[in-house]
Ligand binder design. Structure first.
Ligand SMILES: [Zn+2]
Length: 887
């Protein structure tokens, strides 16, 4: 593999079309654990766009070349230069020709899990972003789209199932116990969407009839014995297929759609054309093994990968800078799917929690980057919350700005105009500008400017004039390499809420209308004056989180309590409770006085808890405080994670004590004894029940603890059991020790459940946790080579346990640095992801900051670092003011 001190950066502005295009790829793969042979036949053609004849330069990564030939004639050694990372043919034939390349791979030794590798005896591939070059030499860039034909041969005993993209065209037995299968994918695709699978797999089958009446075979392949855990994934897939036809007019295009679950996987799942490969965590589920959260993730990720068939596969990205074109858009699509399948307000709230807890945090630290970065050293490090989650917010803003009808028109135009192409973000946004008055140049700043816009709003009612004046100012804070920002074009959905809780009409004094309740902001400061406002309204701004911003408005605790009780926008009901809570938490950490009191917050929560019209899942969200990372980000600098934890625990304890009676009632009311069903309504009831359980035990009282212990023992499903264990885990009691031991005993044979056991212990917010985690790294069920194990134990500690990762003595940082270095030799992608836990180190108080910096510098100075880890270390350490050096 390539290990360099500092890879040269790749820049968006340097993009050039490829010199050579590939019309067809014939792959002939003979599988063997340590010596798989790949013969690639590429139909190459000079790109007429680029003019002059150019040498053929193909990407490789650690390849072992056997032979090269052109139009059937072997090339003499002097006619090409081959290194593991590049194949150059300087004197290529003048026109089109056939290039044949044979390489030899060792899938068993591929611990990076990129390219062709083996996972528990199953051959599989992962080619996004740059894994195909680990299989054969190729112009491995998304704007080279080819038609693939794949023939796979293997020992039938070892790999009875042989799969690749497209439709099956031939299969047969061969002498000596061998057999083959041949697949043809008629849709031109970039190399990152190539996939093959070979192994012993069980298959669950179903069918789907498309809108136009075609029958599609649906197949989910899993480890034999796990077939009974595929039902929810299959059901989700069928619902996703139907939804995409109805919501976006998109029909599936091949005769077969396959999903394969593997246990060693760097990401969540991969949308390879017709052959999605999944982390088994996002396929397998049953009441006994999976939580409501797992079911919801499976539904969303199955849908996400399926939706990529149009947004990503049929229309792909011109280059990797455009990653958000497929990811932001597809996340938006999966969010909308879930909102339609479940509860729109609850989905919006949970997405905003993720956005604030991850993307806003990323945007506020040294790893901040625009939704479309302009420079990268390692593209694997840009599969981030910014590209995915903020990328989805940007698409959502387009819809809010131009309205649902024009948005659909713009999407239709995008699908018809760019089908079969490798497109750019400009081409995507152009489609909406063409069907509306969207100011495209100004809107494009969302793709180029990093940082979370900060918006300050102030409203005043003029009693004599019956007018309401709203002043809104915006600014985007500086981020690495971007000291100065321009104002953003953003949709601001609002309501002026009257005394009776109803929205007053929005009439602008200048006679303009407020379409769909949405104002458009685009200036550093905007002023709006509303006419005919006969009473003092309460301002409800950024409804449904119409823009992904940090908002400060001049709302009193009484205004917030009023909105929490009466706002017609459910998101802002929830948000008002969050603002009340945040004010109290920040004041507590800073040891100042909050404007709102605990009583204000608790009264607002009680009102929501007693509102029988509200869905339980929403109430659960309203009772849940902002997360620790979110609170830290609001504080901004000189952060002491212990103080944040203490403030949050104290407030949760106070809520639990003050509302004990009501919470107990709700707990009893939400408890069901019937059979488990993963549907959204039942999940919502469990969510409220377990929120009550947790608040009631927050202060560690004996009754609350015993209630949790009892629920743990009696639980009929994984949701209730793991929730009870989570509640118990916060206090060191005999019940906790018992439950942790019992849990392992019950589930020791199931790695996906043991992952929960690892994660739970790694998240315990107390000083003994680091030693516990260290000990668990030598547990028989743990392995540094399996990404799910690493993420559930070491990842959960680094990313999910703020007080213990950020221990004042620096041992948390040292432990993670040690593991990053150990992991880097095996799997640089997972190592780099782990190192990004340091993304907020600069905002810590001085003592921890020095400890974190020392750990980061130790990683950065290690020899033989991968490009992935080196890139994160360098960016994390780059001096924010030294903009030239880091570009
Ligand atoms: Zn995706």
């Amino acid at each position: 593999m390539t290990r360099t001190e500092q890879a040269p950066p790749i820049r968006l502005q340097d993009y050039r079309p490829p010199d050579w295009l590939v019309d067809t790829v014939h792959l002939d793969v003979s599988l063997h654990p340590t010596a798989s042979r790949v013969r690639a036949r590429l139909a190459l053609r000079p790109n007429s766009e680029t003019g002059a004849p150019a040498p053929v330069v193909l990407d490789g990564d650690g390849l072992n070349l056997v032979s090269v030939s052109i139009d059937g004639v072997p090339l003499p050694k002097e006619a090409f230069v081959a290194t593991p990372d590049r194949l150059t043919i300087s004197q290529a034939p003048p026109g089109s020709f056939r290039l044949e390349i044979e390489t030899l791979l060792d899938p068993a030794a591929n611990t990076q899990l990129s390219g062709l590798y083996r996972s528990s005896g199953v051959y599989c591939t992962q080619c996004e972003a740059e894994g195909f070059r680990r299989i054969t030499y190729f112009p491995d860039r998304p704007d080279v789209m080819a038609v693939y034909n794949t023939r796979i041969e293997a020992d039938k005993a070892e790999a009875p199932v042989l799969l690749a993209n497209g439709n099956l065209v031939a299969q047969s037995d061969l002498p000596n116990g061998r057999h083959f299968a041949e697949w043809h994918d008629p849709f031109p695709k970039p190399s990152y969407l190539f996939a093959l699978v070979g192994g012993t797999l069980a298959c669950v089958s179903d069918t789907f009839r498309t809108l136009s009446g075609r029958e599609v075979a649906l197949k989910i392949y899993v480890e034999p014995g796990k077939e009974h855990r595929c039902g929810y994934a299959m059901d989700s897939l069928k619902r996703a297929m139907a939804w995409d036809e109805q919501a976006f007019g998109r029909e599936y295009d091949l005769d077969i759609f396959m999903i394969v679950a593997v246990s060693d996987f760097n990401m969540g799942a991969m949308e390879n054309k017709g052959l999605n490969i999944f982390n088994d965590k996002y396929v397998l589920a049953s009441a006994e093994t999976a939580t409501d959260g797992d079911f919801a993730s499976i539904e969303a990720i199955i849908a996400h990968e399926y939706f990529h068939n149009w947004t990503g596969n049929r229309i792909t990205c011109r280059d990797w800078f455009q990653l958000c074109l497929k990811e932001g858009l597809t996340v938006f699509r999966d969010q909308e799917f879930t909102a339609d399948q479940r509860s729109r307000p609850v989905k919006r709230i949970s997405d905003v929690r993720v956005l604030r807890g991850h993307q806003f945090v990323e945007d506020a630290g040294p790893l901040a980057h625009p939704v479309r970065p302009e420079l990268y050293r390692e593209i694997n490090n840009f599969y981030t919350a910014t590209v995915y989650e903020k990328g989805a917010e940007v698409v959502r803003m387009v819809k809010t700005l131009i309205g649902a009808e024009k948005f659909r028109k713009g999407m239709d135009l995008y699908f018809s105009r760019h089908d079969g192409q490798a497109a750019t973000v400009e081409q995507f946004i152009r489609c909406f500008a063409d069907v509306s008055d969207l100011d495209m140049p100004v809107f494009m700043r969302w793709y180029s400017q990093a940082g979370t816009p900060e918006v300050v709003a102030s409203g005043t009612w003029d009693e004599t004039g019956n007018t309401y004046r709203l002043d809104i100012a915006q600014a985007v804070p500086p981020t690495p390499n971007q000291p100065v920002k321009q104002p953003m074009l953003m949709p601001m959905a609002l309501g002026l809420v009257g005394k009776d809780g109803r929205d007053l009409p929005l009439l602008l004094a200048d006679g303009k209308t407020v379409e769909r309740g949405v104002l458009t902001l685009s200036q550093p400061a905007d002023t709006f004056v509303f006419a005919d406002v006969g009473e003092r309204p309460v301002l409800s701004l950024n409804r449904a989180f119409s823009a992904p911003i940090k908002l400060t408005a001049n709302l009193s605790p009484a205004d917030l309590s009023f909105l929490a009780a009466y706002d017609s926008d459910p998101f802002n009901r929830w948000q008002s409770v969050q603002v009340l809570a945040l004010g109290i938490l920040l004041a507590d950490v800073r040891q100042t006085r909050a404007e709102a009191t605990r009583e204000d917050l608790i009264a607002a929560m009680a009102e929501i808890l007693n509102d029988a019209r509200l869905e339980p899942a929403f109430i659960a969200q309203a009772l849940s405080l902002p997360g620790e990372a979110d609170i830290a980000r609001e504080i901004g600098s000189d952060i002491d994670p212990d103080a944040i934890f203490r403030a949050r625990l104290a407030l949760r304890s106070a809520i639990g004590q003050s509302l004990a009676g009501t919470l107990e009632e709700a707990y009893a009311r939400m408890t069901e004894n019937g059979a488990y069903s993963p549907d959204a309504t039942s999940a919502g009831r469990r969510s409220l029940k377990n929120t009550c359980l947790d608040l009631l035990a927050a202060d560690g009282n004996a009754e609350g603890t015993e209630r949790a212990a009892q629920q743990y023992r009696a639980a009929g499903n994984m949701t209730d059991r793991i929730a009870a264990l989570g509640t118990l885990s916060l206090h060191d009691t005999p019940q906790r020790a018992q439950a942790i031991e019992d849990f392992y005993g019950r589930y020791s044979s199931d790695p996906l459940i043991i992952d929960k056991w690892f994660a739970l212990q790694a998240s315990i917010p107390e000083a003994g946790t680091l030693d516990r985690v260290r000990a668990l790294t030598t547990h028989a069920a743990f392995s540094l080579s399996n990404p799910n194990r690493v993420r559930s134990l070491i990842g959960a500690f680094a990313q999910g346990n703020l007080t213990q990762f950020n221990r004042a003595d620096g041992r948390g940082y040292q432990f993670i640095a040690d593991n990053v270095l150990a992991l880097d030799e095996k799997n640089p992608q997972v190592a780099a992801r782990l190192l990004s836990a340091f993304k907020s180190w600069r905002s810590l108080e001085a003592g921890r900051r020095a400890q974190a910096e020392a750990a980061l510098r130790r990683v950065a100075s290690a020899s033989d670092l991968s490009r992935d880890v080196n890139d994160i270390a360098q960016r994390a350490l780059a001096d924010a003011s030294d903009t030239a050096a880091s570009s």
